[in-house]
Design a protein around this ligand. Structure first.
Ligand SMILES: NC(=O)c1ccc[n+]([C@@H]2O[C@H](COP(=O)([O-])OP(=O)(O)OC[C@H]3O[C@@H](n4cnc5c(N)ncnc54)[C@H](OP(=O)(O)O)[C@@H]3O)[C@@H](O)[C@H]2O)c1
Length: 327
């Protein structure tokens, strides 16, 4: 990336957006090359405000990491907000970027775009081949629309205007800045909080929902940031050789998965919880396996660096350093 390149990171206060900012700075990007706005400063669902912002700032590159994000409970309770806000954020940013002559944009989606019963591991070509998981269908539809917005702008305007808008679909992410709320957190922050609470209270046992047998994949968020910057700056010929105009998104995964039981044991070790782990088998398990196929990205020269053990250690340190998260 050139020293004159100006980069807008949408959602810079979120877990992924903040990791992208950290990574860009670590790569030598100067403070004044990175453009940010908080939600309070710029509501990305407001089309005229987003257009005015792009008109003023005219960034060269955009990382679209702003989204309304949440777990099953939030997706079930607020489906209208999940589909409306995400469609508006994506449509406003992608169209405003095009109008402001921004040549490069990276849209962050999610592996929930794939059908509920997709063959494992899930390759990019599983998109739109089956029915989505009902609980987060509105969110997933918005994310699929984001991919199709990028592809459609490339197909209609790519040659004439030199734009190149790309999409990445991360697996489950974890790391500094995660959400530790009791009712709305993902599995790793929830386990960290529960094992930490059990440790400080000297509880003899932690009970985990389900059988512990489902397999899940986890990627450390700093690896996700590195993958995002890699895909954004990939040579166009390499990118085109590995994608298709109407199947252009790229999976970003760790490449292997662990059982929930193995994950719980790793978190317990990281946190220093010495009690027992029990499984409440009367509670639902969810899908038996959710692993994405990241060969497309690997073939384009990127692989993850941070192991689950290293990532959990760094995440727990961040949790301990943020006193408001602790019990
Ligand atoms: N976390 C994961 O495990 C995971 C996995 C796969 C994909 N992803 C994708 O990665 C992206 C980022 O996720 P994340 O985990 O970093 O989420 P996050 O921590 O919730 O961050 C999202 C950011 O977007 C901002 N935002 C939301 N609505 C906005 C609006 N209307 N105007 C301006 N800003 C707005 C939020 O600000 P406020 O908080 O102030 O609203 C927040 O800073 C999302 O697209 C998500 O789908 C995440």
């Amino acid at each position: 990336m050139m020293t004159s390149t100006r980069v807008y990171v949408a959602g810079h206060r979120g877990m992924v957006g903040s990791a992208i900012v950290r990574y860009l700075k670590a790569m030598g990007c100067a403070e004044d090359q990175i453009i940010t706005r908080t939600h309070a400063e710029l509501d990305l669902t407001n089309q005229s405000d987003v257009r005015a912002f792009f008109d003023k700032e005219r960034p060269d590159q955009v990382y679209l990491a702003a989204a309304k994000v949440g777990g099953i409970h939030a997706n079930n309770s607020y489906p209208a907000e999940f589909i409306y806000n995400n469609l508006m954020i994506e449509a406003n940013i992608i169209d405003a970027a095009f109008r402001a002559n921004t040549k490069k944009l990276l849209f962050l989606g999610s592996s929930c775009i794939y059908p509920k019963l997709a063959a494992q591991p899930m390759g990019e070509d599983a998109l739109l081949t089956g029915i989505l998981e009902a609980t987060n269908e509105p969110y997933a539809i918005a994310k699929i629309a984001g991919i199709k917005l990028c592809e459609s702008y490339n197909r209609q305007y790519g040659e004439m205007h030199g734009i190149d808008y790309r999409s990445v679909m991360p697996t489950n992410l974890y790391g500094p800045g995660d959400n530790y709320s009791l009712e709305n957190s993902h599995v790793i922050p929830a386990l960290i909080r529960r094992f930490h609470t059990a440790k400080v209270n000297n509880a003899p046992v932690v009970v985990i929902w389900g059988t512990g047998t489902p397999m899940r994949e986890f990627l450390y968020v700093d690896d996700m940031a590195a993958a995002s910057v890699h895909v954004m700056n990939l040579d166009q010929q390499i990118y085109r050789k590995n994608t298709h105009p109407m199947l252009s998104h790229i999976n970003v995964g760790y490449g292997s998965d662990v059982s929930i039981k193995e994950l719980a044991e790793s978190v317990a070790t990281t946190v220093g919880f010495a009690g027992d782990i029990d499984f409440d088998t009367s509670k639902p398990d969810g899908a038996p396996r959710k692993l994405i196929d990241s060969h497309r990205l690997n073939a384009m020269g990127w692989t993850p660096k941070v192991t689950l053990e290293q990532g959990l250690k760094r995440t727990y340190e961040d949790f301990l350093n943020n006193s408001e998260l602790r019990v």
